[in-house]
Design a binder for this molecule. Structure first.
Ligand code: ZN
Length: 272
């Protein structure tokens, strides 16, 4: 997996191993577009500030190769910095809103993958663990307390460590029970011909931790779909009998066809 890359301007030399994955907060809004803005700031800043990844609810931007020492939480060597877009103020409950949740899930998947790549166990490190040189995941605040080289307290006391670590470990079900989709506006269904219906509207499903992202970006595995469509047939003489059935076909595999049950109807006056 590779991510959009915006090179950070300031960084150290080369690191050959990674022991710590360090979570940060950016002090920006938690909104789409901010990962790019923060990355662009790392690209141009004269400050000694950089991180390997910046994550917002919509995307991940990489700013350093993992073998480059970042300037994020000294002593930096042997660590990767993950910046999560968050204002670092306000009620802790903000971490449970849809944008934060989407960002946490995105970040958790990234952290899991990078931990696997570097042979890092999926554990939250204490300050004592850090000082003992154990491998794992921690916050910038933990690094600050362990070595006292910065006074940064991000990602903050409200950061939902238990939930985040469960996401990293894959223990909080990542997959929605179902996804509700529908059609955007009206699509014309011509007689005697196949019509492709575009299920291009995805309904928010906060109860199943599935935010409406206007597409499929949060789905990276199987999910049950619930499809809803209203069909209006005009111009049928009253009393006309008909049958309707939904057939689901895989666009990439013409042999994979599943037919729904046949619904019978009798046209009354007006639209059916
Ligand atoms: Zn930080």
């Amino acid at each position: 997996m590779s991510y959009p890359y915006i090179q950070a301007r300031n960084h150290g030399g080369t690191q050959t191993t990674v022991r710590r994955l360090v979570i940060h907060g950016t002090v920006t809004p938690c909104d789409r577009g901010w990962a790019r803005r923060v990355a662009n700031d790392f690209h141009t800043t004269t400050r000694d500030a950089s991180a390997h990844y910046v994550i917002d609810p919509g995307e991940i931007i990489q700013c350093l190769t993992e073998r480059t020492i970042g300037y994020h939480a000294p002593p930096n060597t042997g660590s990767l910095g993950f910046e999560l877009c968050d204002p670092q103020r306000g009620p802790s409950a903000r971490w449970r809103d849809a944008d934060h949740e989407a960002m946490l899930r995105r970040a958790a998947g990234l952290v899991r993958a990078r931990a696997k790549a570097w042979g890092i166990p999926l554990v939250k490190l204490s300050v004592a663990d850090l000082r003992a040189g154990r491998k794992g995941i921690c916050g910038h605040s933990d690094v600050s307390v362990a070595w006292r080289l910065t006074d940064h307290v991000d990602p903050g006391t409200g950061f939902p460590w238990t939930h985040f670590m469960n996401l990293v470990k894959g223990e909080d079900d990542d997959m929605p029970d179902y996804v509700s989709v529908g059609v955007n506006g009206t699509q014309r269904v011509a007689p005697n011909t196949w019509t492709h219906v575009n299920w291009d509207r995805e309904f928010a499903d906060a109860g199943h931790q599935h935010a409406d992202e206007g597409g499929w970006s949060v789905l990276n595995g199987p999910a049950r779909f619930s499809l809803t469509v209203g069909l209006t047939i005009r111009g049928l003489p009253p009393g006309t009998e008909g049958q309707v059935r939904a057939v689901e076909a895989d666009r990439d595999d013409a042999g994979d066809v599943q037919a729904g049950r046949v619904a019978e109807f009798v046209a009354s006056s007006g639209d059916t």
